[in-house]
Design a binder for this molecule. Structure first.
Ligand code: SAH
Length: 519
């Protein structure tokens, strides 16, 4: 018997922990299961960073809480899991932190077991250890604590027969970590003191741990509740009680990162923004993806397909962007062509990123313009007789004409073919970004090409852009982009010295280092 695609697939549920917030703390196995899932049932604390890892066809079901209200009752969540897996689907039940640490994951697993649905658990990093770690607090330490206890702080203080033995906790000499305890923080600390714990025991509250919004408050058992109330701190936060909290002064690291807490808009296409977003996160900042450019197939593949079929006839194939390279080769192979057809033409690139993209296909780049501008490529050909030379330039549908015109002026026969188009993004996020600008909650906006500037302006057409950006740092990747900003009446406050993403991140970093250094 052979297997066929039509055969009924057996459903399964993966109870997956997403980690506490920092997308880097999502485990490899969690990412793998998310990518396989037909259905993802997720919570408020599971974050939204997983969405781009899911299959486009995956069904996303939000069952989190909004305010005090459960969007979906637990019993209904259980039913969703059983039903979807029963239909033969691969279901990921995604929870913040670890699924078995105060996540009702145990109850859901019992339900699945009772219904005979296969399930597996993918543990996640719980906020109970990750939030303290990012606040500079190791939950155990040879000189401070030989045990760590996770406690729910959610219990109703009015409850007569508490499931928590406060007389034991009051005598605890290790570290206590309370989850879901912000509302009851006053009650919790009073209970510990009245059950024998030293009122001067160090205590800390860490809110939105491992995210750029992380806030840590350190005090002692007597005063921590008052301090938190004073600052109006709400969930989600963990309360850490014990002498390990005193290490925070020396061990704080995350909150010291250069871009910590900075909200930085990335305007390039989603496809291209990953690296930049990762660099911002790695330095403690919060990347806000607002792609003013989306890369899509050209309106008509005809000219590209035609050029591809005659690719061997060109003397040169020049690329001006990484997108051009990727789209050209993807189409080339999609059409079933053979790489050996490209043995004849020489390859040229503007900028090292474009050159690397060509090189990664296994083709040698014979000419690289050092300047990351079309003018640079022209300079390379200076003094050469290009009469009758055939050039192919696969690139964006709309692009500057400096390069083809310059080559034609030297007698070359230039064929420019659209390999992709850049689209304006949907307006879905525009309003919310606008409100963030108006609320002065965006620290910086980055522009990585003239098109990101132009598209940004189009998106905000009709708004007073200067007013909108008045509280925001404008960061540009280089002089051409800055010029384009200038043409729209805006001035870049930061310009990268090296016209690359790394260069732009460096420029942002040194700006904030300077801003932090006391004069
Ligand atoms: N399964 C989760 C806990 C779910 S209960 C885990 O392992 O982390 C929800 C509680 O977790 C919140 O009330 C808060 O106490 C804690 N929590 C979750 N994410 C947090 C974060 N990023 N920072 C601080 N506390 C967090």
């Amino acid at each position: 018997m052979s297997y066929t695609d039509d055969e009924q697939k057996e459903g399964i549920v993966y109870l997956v922990g997403s980690g506490p917030g920092d997308p880097g703390l999502l485990t490899l196995k969690a990412a793998e299961k998310i990518a396989e899932a037909d259905v993802i049932v997720y919570d408020y604390l599971a974050g939204h960073n997983f969405v781009h890892k899911a299959k486009p066809s995956a069904e996303l079901i939000y069952v989190g809480k909004s305010g005090k209200r459960h969007t979906v009752e637990q019993i209904d969540i259980n039913q969703i899991l059983v039903k979807k897996a029963g239909e033969g689907k691969t279901v990921v039940r995604l929870k913040g932190g670890d699924p078995y640490v105060f996540g009702r994951g145990g109850e859901e697993a019992e339900e699945l077991a009772a219904a005979g649905i296969p399930f597996e658990v993918v543990p996640g990093i719980t906020s109970a250890i990750a939030a303290p770690a990012y606040a500079g607090i190791p939950v155990t330490h040879r000189d401070h604590a030989s045990s760590v206890t996770f406690v729910t702080g959610h219990e109703d203080p009015a409850k007569e027969d508490s499931a928590i033995d406060w007389s034991v906790l009051g005598k605890n000499t290790g570290t206590l970590v309370f989850l879901m305890g912000v509302k009851n923080i006053e009650f919790i600390t009073r209970k510990l003191i009245s059950n024998g714990m030293d009122p001067s025991t160090p205590a800390a509250l860490v809110r939105w741990g491992t995210t750029p919004s992380q806030i840590s408050v350190t005090s002692d058992l007597t005063n921590i509740a008052g301090e938190c109330q004073l600052r109006g701190l709400a969930a989600p936060a963990v309360l850490i009680v014990g002498s390990v909290v005193s290490l925070r002064g020396a061990l704080s690291w995350y909150e010291k990162k250069t871009l910590f807490g900075k909200r930085i808009i990335v305007t390039r296409s989603r496809e291209q923004s990953r690296k930049m977003a990762e660099k911002i996160s790695a330095n403690g900042g919060e990347p806000i993806l607002f792609p003013t450019i989306e890369i899509a197939a050209p309106t008509d593949y005809g000219p590209l397909d035609d050029a591809i079929s005659r690719a061997s006839e060109f003397d040169w194939i020049l690329f001006t962007s990484e997108n051009g390279v990727k789209r050209f080769f993807k189409r080339f192979f999609d059409l079933g062509r053979d790489i050996r057809e490209l043995a004849g033409p020489k390859f040229g690139a503007i900028g090292p990123v474009t050159a690397n993209a060509i090189a990664s296909t296994g083709i040698k780049v014979e000419m690289l313009a050092k300047e990351f501008l079309a003018e640079g490529l022209l300079k390379v050909f200076e003094g050469e007789d290009l009469t009758g030379r055939r050039f192919l330039i696969p690139r964006a549908e709309k692009a500057r004409d400096v390069l083809p015109e310059g080559l034609e002026n030297k007698g070359a026969l230039v064929e420019v073919t659209p390999a992709y188009q850049t689209l304006r993004p949907s307006r879905a996020d525009v309003e919310s970004i606008k409100n963030s600008f108006l609320g002065k909650s965006i620290d910086a906006v980055t522009f990585t090409s003239s098109s990101t500037v132009n598209h940004f302006m189009e998106v905000f057409e009709g708004s007073d852009i200067k007013e909108l950006l008045s509280g925001t740092l404008i960061a540009s990747i280089g002089p051409i982009t800055s010029n384009t900003l200038g043409r729209h009446g805006l001035k870049a406050s930061i310009e990268a010295r090296e016209y690359t993403i790394d260069g732009l991140i460096k420029a942002l970093m040194s700006h904030y280092v300077k801003a932090k250094t006391p004069v």
